[in-house]
Design a protein around this ligand. Structure first.
Ligand code: NDP
Ligand code: HEM
Length: 488
């Protein structure tokens, strides 16, 4: 028998009946069991993530299949065949915790690798670029995706107003409105680190890097109409698909690939390689294989292991570094700050976030500290100290210096930036006629009901990407208006 107890460990005799004065009540204040039960229920919810609230996760392994030690001394890449445990969480961006899974949106694609030199988090998306390139615009962009303060409804007008005034968003909007904006499930989509990060090798040479997770299940997408039909049946289609596949032993896999740029070349590319609205063309920087990720274990408890998962771009390990990308710099601050608010000061000590290597630091005390201090010695609680066994710094893992220069100023990120060539390549060269037709129809649908002035301003931007793009949207809008009139 597994005996029920209070949280303090005392056995419980009756979990059915409240302690009352007489069979009809009232309830006695000393029924602490009841009070504890109600109080715990009141505290079952924590704040949901301010973005990417709805998500699906699992656990698995990363296996190195190709040697990239000439670029990085990160232990996770140290030898072919090496395996590292990992956790993954996929998500949509805009919807709240209860949102339907099959909504057109960018998907989050976050991987936490429990390496022997600490946790390496690659919190990316299923798109290689993003809507904005300056972090000053991130909260504004997110406000357009969330609810209107008065109507409490999401607003297509706000989205297109912002996008039409922010041409840097054209590339990502094109991807969002293409087939890739509505994958059938998390298994049938790529992931991208999106930002430029850096790698450094044992000789201290730095390389710029882009990370790509290529789905080995193949790409598969729904149209808006197919998704609407599915949402009518189930709002939890991604959870069902991912959880179900892993329970049945159909383990999804992705191949990790990198594009690598020698440090000095960043000065010579025709585009800013640290601009998050741009990709590096494959013809200039071919994909290099690194390894394979397999997801093979479901969480035993969704809240403890997926809701409490905390990813942060600040979690990097020796051999992997940041880049000057302004967005990445802001994210390095933002995530750990969000976790301290959402999960608490010691969120990194929660089992799912805890590194699988020794942890030694001099942060002290704080709410819910269940581990004492972690300096390696009882008497050491400051540094430097002369206490035997106390943790000390290790200069051997120092990152090579990052070469930067320039005057401090607020540089206009829209000046001298080509926002059109890369979405043009996607529209004109990568997409087929059928994909373009669906793209136009999706944009027309997404624009339904917005003021003409905003629609025209947005379409003028698509004209600049490619005249055929703007024309295609106009024609799709006319068809949609005709269909709506006919239906009336
Ligand atoms: P390539 O022809 O070498 O690559 C095209 C890429 O586009 C492939 O990676 C493909 O992904 C991806 N793709 C196909 N359909 C879509 C879609 N609807 N939405 C987003 N991506 C899609 O060309 P380039 O490298 O010269 O890039 C041309 C354009 O392709 C870029 O401007 C960019 O818009 C897009 N792209 C480029 C990527 C890059 O890192 N270079 C990455 C993703 C997109 P897959 O191989 O998985 O099928
Ligand atoms: C989640 C901030 C840009 C991918 C979050 C969260 C915050 C945040 C605060 C919630 C974290 C939590 O409570 O757990 C920002 C800021 C950005 C930015 C300030 C820009 C300045 C991006 C970009 C990407 C991205 C460019 C992708 C390349 C994600 C993902 C999650 C997330 C995948 C969910 C992580 C998870 O599954 O727990 N972001 N974000 N974000 N963000 Fe961003």
């Amino acid at each position: 028998m597994t005996r029920m107890t209070t949280t303090a460990g005392a056995p419980i005799a009756d979990n059915q009946n409240t302690l009352t004065a007489g069979p009809r009540g009232p309830v006695l204040l000393e029924d602490y069991q009841l009070i504890e039960k109600l109080a715990h229920q009141n505290r079952e919810r924590i704040p949901e993530r301010v973005v990417h609230a709805k998500g699906w996760g699992a656990f698995g392994t990363f296996t190195v299949t190709n040697d990239i030690t000439r670029y990085s001394c990160a232990k996770v890449f140290s030898e072919v065949g090496k395996q590292t445990d990992l956790a993954v969480r996929f998500s949509t961006v805009a919807g709240e915790l209860g949102a339907a899974d099959h909504e057109r949106d960018v998907r989050g694609f976050s991987v936490k690798m429990y390496t022997e030199e600490g946790n390496w988090d690659l919190a990316g998306n299923n798109t290689p670029v993003f809507f904005v390139r300056d972090p000053m615009k991130f909260p504004d962009f997110i406000h357009t995706q969330k609810r209107h303060p008065r109507t409490n409804l999401r607003s297509a007008t706000a989205m297109w107003d912002f996008w039409s005034l922010s041409p840097e968003s054209l590339h990502q909007v094109t991807i969002l409105m293409s087939d890739r904006g509505l994958p059938v499930d998390p298994m049938h989509m790529n992931g991208y680190g999106s930002h430029t990060y850096s790698l450094w090798n044992a000789q201290g040479e730095r390389f710029w890097v882009k990370f790509h997770w290529k789905t080995l299940q193949g790409h598969a997408h729904y149209t808006n109409a197919e998704a609407a039909e599915i949402v009518g049946r189930t709002r939890e289609g991604y959870q069902e698909a991912l959880f179900g596949a892993i329970e049945e032993g159909r383990f999804p896999k992705w191949r990790l690939m990198v594009q690598v740029m020698p440090e000095a070349e960043a000065e010579t590319t025709p585009y800013n390689p640290f601009d998050l609205t741009k990709v590096w063309p494959h013809s200039d920087y071919p994909l290099i294989e690194v390894g394979v990720m397999e997801l093979n274990r479901n969480a035993d408890n969704y809240f403890a292991q997926i809701e409490q998962l905390a990813f942060s771009p600040s979690n990097k390990v020796p051999g992997i570094g940041y880049s000057p990308d302004k967005m990445l710099q802001a994210r390095v601050f933002s995530y750990a700050d969000a976790h301290r608010y959402r999960l608490g000061t010691h969120y990194e000590a929660l089992p799912v976030n805890a590194p699988r290597c020794p942890v030694h630091h001099y942060h002290k005390d704080g709410q819910m500290n269940f581990f004492g201090h972690r300096t390696g010695a009882v008497d050491a609680y400051y540094e430097p100290n002369s206490v035997p066994g106390a943790a000390v710094e290790d200069p051997a893992v120092a990152e090579p210096p990052l070469r930067i220069s320039g005057d401090a100023a607020r540089y206009n990120h829209r000046e001298g930036n080509d926002d059109y060539s890369q979405p043009r390549a996607l529209h004109d060269k990568v997409m087929t006629d059928e994909q373009r037709a669906r793209l136009y129809a999706n944009i027309a649908e997404a624009m339904a009901g917005i003021p003409e002035e905003i629609a025209n301003r947005a379409i003028a931007q698509f004209d600049r990407v490619s005249p055929a793009y703007g024309e295609g949207i106009r024609a799709a809008r006319a068809r949609l208006a005709g269909a709506l009139q006919a239906a009336e």
